[in-house]
Design a protein around this ligand. Structure first.
Ligand SMILES: Cc1cc2nc3c(=O)[nH]c(=O)nc-3n(C[C@H](O)[C@H](O)[C@H](O)COP(=O)(O)OP(=O)(O)OC[C@H]3O[C@@H](n4cnc5c(N)ncnc54)[C@H](O)[C@@H]3O)c2cc1C
Length: 417
C-alpha cells in the first residue's frame, strides 16, 4: 500500500484538500477526520439564505455525500482528534483509535469566542458557527416571529458584537419582523476592518432597515428569569430587554491540537505558523483555512483570515504542497457579504483602515441600494477594494491591489462608470 494522508478538520479546507489530492492523482490511503456529524459543508449561508429558510441543507455541502466513497476517502465523522504524535506519525481519535499518517493536514478552523460574562447558559442565548447552531437560531427566530414573546410587540433580539455575522443575522431577523438591537464595542460596526467612514456606511444601511445600534458598549451580564434570558446589562448601565440573545463577538483559532503536538504558533495572530507553501513547523504537517497563519509577500506580514475563500483555496494549495509542490501561497484575501439587497465583495487587506486614504467611485448615499467601489490606499498603492452592488469587477480590483504604485486616483474615481 502507498502512503497515508490524514486531514484533520471536517470543514471546507479539509474537503478541498481531499478533492485536490484525488484530482492530482494521489492514490494512497486518505482519511478525513471531523468533529461534527455532518459531511463537510460551507458556513456562509448559515447567517444568510439558510438561516432565512431560502436554502436547504443539501446546498451547503462542499462535496456530494457520495463523493467520498466514490473517491475512496475514509470519512471519520463525529470523531474529534485528541492528539497528534509527530514522532510516531499518529493521530489519536477520542474513541482511542489511532490513525497512522505519512503526511498530515490540520484544518481545524475556528470556534466562537465564549461570552465572557455570566448568563451564557440561559435558554435563548445562542451562538452561530455550525449548521446545528443555525437550525436552533432559525427555530428561535421563527417562534419569536410567530408571536410567542410574553409581552406586547415584536420579539426582541439583542446581538452582542457588530462584525459580519452579527450584521448578517440582524438583516435576517429584520426580514422576519423582529425588533433588533446590535451592541458594539466600537463607535461604528466593523470599524477594525473598514474604518470609521465605511463602518458608518454599514451602520446607516442597518438603521434605515430599523436596526438599533448601541455603540461603545459591552455586556456586563446576561440576565434571566426561570432559566430563560430576559435581557442584557451593559457597561453603559443600560439594561436591554431581550427574548433572544446572539453572542457574535468573534472567533478564536482552534489550535489546541496543534499546540499540544508541539507545532509552532504565530504569536501575532494566534494561528498555526506556516511557511510560504503552508507547511507547519513539522516537515510532515501542513495547515490551511481559519487556523493557519500565512506569510503574505504582498503585505509583508503574516495573515490569519477567517474567510471562505482562504479555506477554499488554501485547502487546495496545501494538498498540492503535500504532494511535493513548494509553490508559495500568494492569493489575495477575498470575502463577501450579503445584507438586505446589498451584495459586497472585498479584495485585499488593510491593517489600519482609519490611517489609509480612501477613494470612492460611485455613491454611498443610497443605503443597501448604493453602487460603489471603495479603495483603501497605503504607501501610494491600492491595499484593498470593496465593491458594493458592483458585480463581476473583482478581478479588476485584484489587479489594482497587485499593481505597484503610484496610484492614479482619477482612474480609481472613474472606476464605476
Ligand atoms: C455563520 C458564518 C457565516 C460566514 N459567512 C462568511 C461570508 O459571508 N464570507 C466569507 O468569506 N466567510 C464567511 N464565513 C467564514 C468561513 O465560513 C470560514 O472562514 C470557513 O468555514 C473556514 O473553513 P475551515 O475549513 O478553515 O474551518 P471550519 O469551517 O471551521 O471547519 C473546521 C472543522 O474542523 C472541526 N474540528 C475542529 N477541531 C477538530 C478536532 N480536534 N478533530 C476533528 N475535527 C475538528 C470543526 O468542528 C469544523 O467542523 C462565515 C462563517 C460563519 C460561521
Amino acid at each position: 500500500m502507498g502512503e497515508s494522508f490524514v486531514l484533520v478538520g471536517g470543514g471546507l479546507a479539509a474537503a478541498r484538500a481531499a478533492e485536490t489530492l484525488r484530482a492530482e492523482g494521489f492514490g494512497g490511503r486518505l482519511v478525513l477526520v471531523g468533529r461534527e456529524g455532518r459531511h463537510p459543508y460551507e458556513r456562509p449561508p448559515l447567517s444568510k439564505d439558510y438561516l432565512a429558510g431560502k436554502a436547504d441543507a443539501h446546498s451547503l455541502l462542499a462535496l456530494d455525500e457520495s463523493w467520498y466513497a466514490e473517491h475512496d476517502v475514509e470519512l471519520r465523522l463525529h470523531a474529534p482528534a485528541v492528539g497528534i504524535d509527530t514522532e510516531s506519525h499518529h493521530v489519536t481519535l477520542a474513541s482511542g483509535a489511532l490513525l497512522a499518517y505519512d503526511r498530515l493536514l490540520v484544518a481545524t478552523g475556528s470556534t466562537p469566542r465564549a461570552l465572557p460574562v455570566a448568563g451564557g447558559e440561559l435558554a435563548g442565548v445562542l451562538s452561530l458557527r455550525t449548521q446545528a447552531d443555525a437550525d436552533h437560531l432559525a427555530a428561535a427566530m421563527q417562534d419569536l416571529a410567530a408571536g410567542s414573546p410574553a409581552h406586547d410587540g415584536a420579539g426582541r433580539v439583542v446581538i452582542l458584537g457588530s462584525g459580519w455575522i452579527a450584521l448578517e443575522v440582524a438583516a435576517v431577523a429584520r426580514a422576519r419582523g423582529l425588533d433588533v438591537t446590535v451592541v458594539g464595542r466600537s463607535t461604528v460596526p466593523l470599524a477594525g476592518v473598514l474604518g470609521r467612514e465605511l463602518g458608518g456606511f454599514f451602520l446607516d444601511v442597518h438603521r434605515r432597515e430599523g436596526v438599533r445600534f448601541v455603540p461603545d458598549a459591552e455586556p456586563v451580564a446576561v440576565t434571566g428569569r426561570d432559566g430563560r434570558v430576559d435581557g442584557v446589562r451593559l457597561t453603559t448601565g443600560e439594561h436591554l430587554a431581550a427574548d433572544l440573545v446572539l453572542v457574535a463577538i468573534g472567533a478564536v483559532p482552534s489550535t489546541h491540537l496543534a499546540e499540544d503536538a508541539g507545532l509552532a504558533l504565530d504569536p501575532t495572530t494566534g494561528g498555526i505558523g506556516v511557511g510560504p507553501s503552508l507547511r507547519a513547523s513539522d516537515p510532515d504537517v501542513w495547515a490551511a483555512g481559519d487556523v493557519a497563519s500565512v506569510p503574505s509577500e504582498r503585505y509583508g506580514r503574516t495573515l490569519r483570515i477567517e474567510h471562505w475563500a482562504r479555506a477554499d483555496d488554501q485547502g487546495r494549495h496545501a494538498a498540492r504542497a503535500m504532494l511535493g509542490s513548494t509553490d508559495p501561497y500568494t492569493a489575495l484575501p477575498f470575502f463577501f457579504t450579503d445584507q438586505y439587497e446589498l451584495g459586497m465583495e472585498y479584495t485585499g487587506h488593510v491593517a489600519a483602515p482609519d490611517d489609509a486614504e480612501l477613494v470612492v467611485s460611485g455613491s454611498l448615499d443610497d443605503g443597501a441600494a448604493s453602487r460603489a467601489v471603495v479603495f483603501w490606499l497605503e504607501d501610494d498603492r491600492v491595499a484593498a477594494g470593496m465593491a458594493l452592488n458592483v458585480r463581476d469587477r473583482t478581478p479588476e480590483v485584484a489587479a489594482l491591489v497587485e499593481r505597484p504604485g503610484p496610484v492614479d486616483r482619477d482612474a480609481l474615481r472613474g472606476f464605476v462608470g
